[in-house]
Design a protein. Structure first.
Lengths: 342, 342, 342, 342
C-alpha cells in the first residue's frame, strides 16, 4: 500500500484526497491545510474522515477555537508518506518542495506551479513512461489535461500534425468570491499556455490557441481544429472517442446542451460533489473541413486532473511500468468507463 | 410501511424520491415521468435504483430506444401506492388528480399548482394539524417554505404581527437552459405571492413583499423586516434560530459569503447533488431597528421543500398526529439537526 | 436624395434609422412599428425626430393612449419611399415583401429572414457588385457581417483557402428579458450557419465552425483559424487590418481586455447608444502557426450591420456602381476611419 | 462663471466633467488623471474637448507616447479653478485635499472618501443649507444619493419615522474587469453603510438595512419599507414621486421590467453614454401594509450623483442660498423634469 498525503485541501486537494481514498492500492494518510476554510469546516462536520495536519502552527489557535482536531504538522505528514500530492496555491508548492527533499519523499505538483519545480511535466495517457520513478512530477493544468486526452486519443490512432484551439474558459469555480467576471468576456494574450503546454508534452505536434474567459462556473469548453496525418472522418473520431475510458461522447439532442447540462447530469448521477472525471465531447460538434477535423470538448475543471494525478502516483512510485495497465488501474478504482460496458 | 409514488422526475421529483427512500417508515414504490430527460438517463446509468413508470404510453418507443426499462404506467403506479407526491409541471397535477381520485389515493402537490387543487395549503411546521387525514395537500413553494420556517420559529416564541420581505430570487436552476437572465434584474408586480401565501398559512400575520429576479442559480436570499409583539433582540433571534433543526445559522466571517458558499459547503459535505435541506440565516445580517428585527435567509431552492413534503405524508396518512413528533421523525431520517449535537 | 423607410423599430431598426439620417445623399421618410415598445416611448420623449407609421391599425388605440403621434400606416410609408429597410422580427419580412412588391419598391432584409426572401445575399465589401440594381437584398447577420469584413480584408490581399471559426456568442442584447442564459454555456449543432453563410458569399473559401452561446450582452468574439494561399505574418495581417476603415485594431495592453472594454470605450467616445460600427481585432490575439494565421474579432452585435446595409442601399438604388466608392461614401457619412487619420 | 476642475477622469469623473460643461453658470477648466486609461484615450479620439492635466509627472512619457496633449499638472489646474470636484480612487482625495488647502480652494469629494475629509456630508435635496459656503463637502454615495432622494421626497410631505432597506447592488460597472461576481450573491455585514449614512444626513429618521451584491452591471435596486408619521397611500406616494424632477415613475406594464430596461431606455433616448440622472420607482412596486409603505427604486450608479454634486458646487460657492432655486438651476441645465412637462 502506497502511503499518500495531500497538501492543500482546496478545490483540487479535496478531490485528490477523495480520489486516493478510492484507490485500493493506496492509503490516504492525511491532508494538510493552513487555515480554517469552508472545506475544513465541512471535514469536521463529516466527522473527520481524513486526518488533518497543519501547514503552520501559527494558526493552531484558530483551529482549536473551531473545535477541529489536528493530527500534527505538515512536516509530520511528509514523514509518514511515500508521496505527497501538492495542491497548494501557486508558488507554495515550490517552497514545500524543500520539505519533500529534506525527507527524500516524492511529490506531484499541480498545474499552478512553474514547470521547473518538477523533473517531468506529466500526463497519464500522453507521456506516462517519462514519469516512471521520477521524484517530482508536475501535472498538466485542467484545460491541458482534458485537451491532451482528446488529442492523444486521435494522435495514437491517426497521427496529428497540428492543432489550433479556442478555450472558452469558466472564470471561477462554484463558491468563488475572490474572482469573477460580470457580463464580460476577457481575452488573454495569444498563444495560450495550454497550446504551449501541449507542445511540451507532445513535441511532435504544432499547437496554437486563444483563450477567452467567460462568466460561468461549471466547465470550460475547448474547440479544437486538428490537422491529422491522414483524413479522420466524423465516424472515425466518434469510434476513437467512444473507446476511451476518460471521454464521454454526448449528444445535444439527448439534452446535453452545454457545460451546465454536464454538471447537472453528474449531480443526478449522485457523483460526490456533482463531480465528473471524464471530459465530454459533443457528437454534433464534430465536423470535418477538408483535411481538418473540428470538435468541442467540455472540461470539468474541478475534477478532471484527478485521474491523471493517480496515474502520476503509479508512475512516480513505479507501481506499474506499463502505461495502459496503469491508467486501467486508475480507471477501475474511479469507476471510469464501466458505465459504457452496461 | 406507507407506500409512496412520485409523479414527475425533475428537479423536485428526484429529490422527493431520494427523500422518501431515506424515511424508514415509508417505501418508495416508483417514480413516473413522460419523456427521456437527463434525469431519466442518469437513473438508467445508476442501474435503475427506482422503478420507472410511464406517464404516457405514446413515448414508449423513445424509452425503449434509450434502453430504459419501464415498470408500467402512471396508472399502474397509482394503484400500488398509498399516496402520490406530484411534482409534475404546473397544471399537470390538476389533471393527475383525477387519476388519484379514481383510485381513492391521497396526493401532495407542489407549489406550482393552484391552491384549489388541494384541501389544504400545507407547511409542516406552521400548520401540520390542518393536514392530518386530508386527501389532497398542496405544499408551499420553495421561497414560502423557507420563509415560513423562519417566521414561524420566531412567531411561536415571541409572536409576530407583521412582515415585509424582499425576495432576491435565483432565476434558474443549475442546468436550466429554458429560462435565464443575462445581466439583468427583473422586478415582479408587488405584493409577491410569497407574502400572500404566508398570510394564507399564518392568517394572524400581515405580510407584504417585493420580488426581484437575479441571474444566479444557487439559492434565493430573502430579507425579512418583522414587527414582533414584543421586542426581539439579536441574541433572542439567534437562540431561536439555532434551536431549529431546519435552520442553520452561519457567519460571514467563517466564509459563508453568500448563496454560492452554501452550495459549495453542501458539496464539500458530500451531500448528494450538493443539496441542503436547511435554510441558512446569516448571523451578521440580524439587526434590530426600534421594535423591528431584520435578517436575511438563504433558500436552497432545489431541496428545501423535501422535509415539509415528508411531513405532509405523515399528516395526510395520519402516521403521526403530533406536530413536533412528526417533524422530528422527518428530521431524524434526513439527518437534520444531528450535526448541531456534535 | 434617395427616400428610405424602416420597418421594425427595434434594436436594429432604430440604428438603421439613425444611420440613414446620417447619409447626406439619403432621406429618412419614417419608421414603422406595431406596438408601443420602449423604443417608441423613447422616440416620443425625444420629440418624434422620426415620423412613425403603424404596421397594423389594430393597435391604433394603444398608441393614442400613450400620446404617440402617428403619420399613417406602413402601407402609406411604403408608397412614399424608394426603398424599405426591413428589420422586423424573423418571418415578418417575408410577409411585408408582398407589400413592397405591390408598390414596386426595393427592400433590404436583415439576417433573420430566410435567404430566399431576396435576390441576393449581400455584404458591402465582399460582393457589392452582386447587389447592384437588385430589387431585394438580404444582409448577412451580425456575426457573419463582421467575420466577412475580416476574412475579405485578408482574402483580397493574400488569398484565403479555408477558415475554421469558433463563435463565442453574446446570448442577449442589453435590455433583453425574453431570452438569456444564467451560468451556462450552450453549444449549437455544427457547422454554424455563419460558416455556411460565409461560403455562400465567398464560395471560393471552405469554412466550418462551432458556436457557443455565453451569458453576456455586449459583443460576440469570434476566433478565426485561416489557411491562406501564401503565408501571412502577424505584421502582414496587422497592416491589412489597420488599413480597413471598418476594422479597429486594439491592444490588451492598452486596456482593451475584452468585449466589455469596447462597449465602455464606445460610451466614453460619446457614440450614440454607446454603439460601435467597427469590428475590433486584438493585436495580441494574432498568432501564426505554420501556414495558418489565427486571430480574434469583437463583433458589436447591435450596430455592426448598419454600414453594410447603407452600402446595400447604394447598390440596390444604383447610387454607385464602384464597390470602393460606395463603401467610402458610407464610411464618410458614418465617420468611419476618420479617427485613424488624426 | 464659477471655474471648476475635476480630479480623476474615471466613471464618475467623466460624468462630472460632462455635467459641469452643461451648467451655463460654470466653466470647466479641465480634468486631471494619472495614467492613460481608456477614458483618456477616448478623450483624445474625440479631439480633447477638455484640457487634461497630469496628477503625476512620473507618467509624462506614457502620455507622450500615446500622443495625448497635456495642459499642465494637477497643481496647475487647482490654481486656475474656484472649486475642485475630486473623483479619484478612495483615499487619494484625502491626499489631494492638502493641495486644495495650500491654494485655499474649495472641493467636493465623492462617496468613497471617509466622512472626516469634509466639513459636511452633503445631499442637494436633503441638507443643501448645511453646505452653503463650506470649503469641503463630501457627497453621499450613489445608493445613498438615490435613496435619500426618495425618502426626502416623502419625508418633506408626510414625515417619515423609520426605514428598513434592502439593497440589491450591481457589483461592477460596465467595462469593469478588476471586480465581478460569477453566479453568486454576496451579503455584507448589516446594517449597511447606506442606512447609517441616511441617518447622518437625516438624523430624525431611524434606518437599518441589508446589502446583497448581485452579478449585474446596470443599476442597483433598493426596496424601502418606510414607516410614515401618518398613513401614505399608494396614490399619495405616486403623486409625490411624480412631482419630483429627479424621480421617474415607470411601469412594468409599459416594458420597464428591471434595471436593464432603464439602461436600454436611456440609450434609446440618445442620452450620452446611455446615462440617466434620475432614479426610477416602479409604480407596481408600491404597496402599503398597515401603516407602512414599501416600494422599489432603481439607482443608475454611474450618473446618479452628478446632479447633487452640481448642487454642491452651488452651495459651497454660495451661488444660491435657496435650496429649491439651487436644485432647480441644476435640473434646468441637466434637462431634468422637462420631459414631464411635455
Amino acid at each position: 500500500m502506497i502511503k499518500v498525503g495531500v497538501a492543500g485541501y482546496g478545490t483540487i486537494g479535496q478531490r485528490l484526497a477523495d480520489g486516493v481514498a478510492l484507490q485500493k492500492d493506496m492509503e490516504l494518510v492525511g491532508v494538510a491545510d493552513i487555515t480554517v476554510t469552508l472545506a475544513v469546516r465541512a471535514l469536521k462536520e463529516k466527522g473527520m474522515p481524513y486526518n488533518l495536519y497543519l501547514a503552520s502552527l501559527d494558526n493552531r489557535e484558530q483551529f482549536e477555537q473551531a473545535g477541529i482536531p489536528i493530527s500534527g504538522t505538515l512536516e509530520d505528514l511528509v514523514q509518514k508518506v511515500d508521496i505527497m500530492l501538492d495542491a497548494t496555491s501557486a508558488g507554495i508548492g515550490a517552497k514545500n518542495k524543500e520539505l519533500y527533499k529534506k525527507y527524500g519523499k516524492k511529490a506531484i505538483f499541480q498545474g499552478g506551479e512553474k514547470n521547473d519545480v518538477a523533473d517531468v511535466f506529466f500526463h497519464g495517457y500522453a507521456n506516462y513512461e517519462k514519469g516512471i520513478g521520477k521524484q517530482f512530477l508536475k501535472l498538466t493544468s485542467c484545460n491541458t489535461t482534458g485537451l491532451i486526452r482528446a488529442v492523444d486519443c486521435l494522435d495514437r490512432i491517426f497521427g496529428i500534425d497540428k492543432v489550433a484551439i479556442t478555450i472558452i474558459r469558466r472564470v471561477a469555480d462554484p463558491g468563488d468570491y475572490h474572482r469573477g467576471l460580470t457580463n464580460a468576456l476577457q481575452i488573454d494574450k495569444a498563444p495560450s499556455h495550454q497550446a504551449l503546454d501541449l507542445m511540451t508534452i507532445m513535441p511532435h505536434i504544432k499547437a496554437t490557441g486563444i483563450l477567452v474567459h467567460t462568466p460561468v462556473t461549471h466547465g470550460h469548453i475547448i474547440t479544437v481544429v486538428a490537422k491529422p496525418k491522414k483524413k479522420i472522418t466524423k465516424q472515425n473520431a466518434l469510434e476513437a472517442f467512444n473507446a476511451h475510458d476518460r471521454i464521454r461522447v454526448v449528444k445535444i439532442e439527448d439534452g446535453f446542451l452545454g457545460n451546465a447540462s454536464l454538471f447537472k447530469y453528474a449531480r443526478d448521477l449522485g457523483n460526490p460533489r456533482g463531480d465528473m472525471y471524464e471530459i465530454a465531447i459533443w457528437d454534433e460538434s464534430i465536423v470535418d473541413s477538408g483535411d481538418d477535423i473540428m470538435f468541442a470538448i467540455n472540461i470539468p475543471q474541478e475534477a478532471v486532473v484527478i485521474p491523471e494525478t493517480m496515474d502520476g502516483i503509479r508512475a512516480a512510485m513505479e507501481m506499474e511500468t506499463d502505461r495502459l495497465k496503469a491508467v486501467a488501474a486508475t480507471n477501475k478504482y474511479l469507476g471510469l468507463g464501466t458505465w459504457k460496458q452496461k
